[in-house]
Design a protein around this ligand. Structure first.
Ligand SMILES: [Zn+2]
Length: 286
């Protein structure tokens, strides 16, 4: 890397600390999110469990009632069968047979209904056991997640405090309060990459090709300890020389021609205008 000016060096240190801080802040934000998701899942499982419990209890009540009715029907049919011994006339016998038949049919119907209900109760019991286990497992996940969040948040805030102190130390002669604030905003917007090198004519932050004269001016500014931003992405940029063969891949204008053509006042004015349009609405650090 080329000799860095003091401001650039400070901004690079600042970027490193800021990036670390942003990552920690993101972690703090995402931690409760995970906990909330797990808590929501537990709520859903618990309400399913309650609904199923009600269904199970109702089915069991129906099963009890069907059992009683079946036992009554069984007793009635047996009673009619015993009465056959005491029947004396054909007429009486016909009436009794009819009663027996009806009682038998009622007994069969209730027997079937009770068995079906028993099966349903058994199925619900299995389902209930399964849901109970799911709730237990989910409760464990939630408890662990709660513990993790409170521990992590404490330790992360501790780290963020330390980073803030480190960041404050970087404020001083080279990094004004204003530059510090603006650079922090750019870095946050650019996911921690607030300062990037220029290779040849290319900003490595946004991969846009910069005008050759702009790059030449950039190098002059660096020598004067001045800060420049990419007109396309607003990141702070600095020129980073590459191996000449490698650098050629990032150069799109013949340097000599470019300097000649840009020497006329008209061209320079044009170039400044472009810059203003491109940086509109973005931050300027000068
Ligand atoms: Zn850029």
């Amino acid at each position: 890397m080329a000799k860095q000016t003091k401001k650039l060096e400070c901004l690079m240190k600042l970027q490193k600390a800021l990036k670390e801080k942003f990552e920690l802040e993101n972690t703090v934000e995402s931690l409760p999110k995970k906990l909330r998701e797990e808590e929501d899942k537990l709520k859903r499982l618990s309400s399913d469990f309650l609904r199923l419990t009600e269904e199970f209890n109702a089915a069991r009540e129906e099963e009890k009632s069907l059992t009683i009715r079946y036992e009554d029907a069984f007793a009635l049919r047996t009673k009619y069968e015993k009465q056959a011994e005491f029947v004396t006339t054909n007429r009486e016998m016909d009436a009794l047979l009819k009663q027996q038949e009806e009682a038998k049919s009622q007994e069969n119907t209730l027997h079937k209904a009770r068995n079906a209900k028993q099966q349903q109760v058994e199925k619900l019991r299995e389902e209930l056991d399964k849901r109970d286990e799911e709730c237990r497992v989910q409760q464990e996940i939630v408890d662990k997640e709660r513990e993790k969040v409170s521990e992590s948040v404490d330790s992360i805030y501790h780290k963020i405090d330390a980073l803030n102190q480190e960041l404050n130390k970087l404020k001083g002669n080279d990094i004004s309060e204003e530059l510090f604030e603006r650079f922090s905003i750019i870095s946050k917007r650019k996911k921690g990459e607030g300062i990037v090198p220029v290779h040849g004519q290319v900003c490595t932050g946004c991969n846009m090709v910069l005008p050759m004269q702009f790059v030449i001016d950039l190098r002059k500014k660096e020598e004067n300890n001045e800060i420049e931003q990419c007109p396309y992405c607003s990141r702070v940029i600095y020129y980073e020389p590459l191996d000449p063969q490698e650098e050629r891949k990032y150069i799109f204008v013949d340097i000599a021609t470019s300097i000649d053509s840009l020497s006329s006042e008209e061209e320079i004015e044009e170039s400044t205008k472009d810059e203003e349009i491109l940086t509109e609405g973005e931050f300027s650090l000068d």
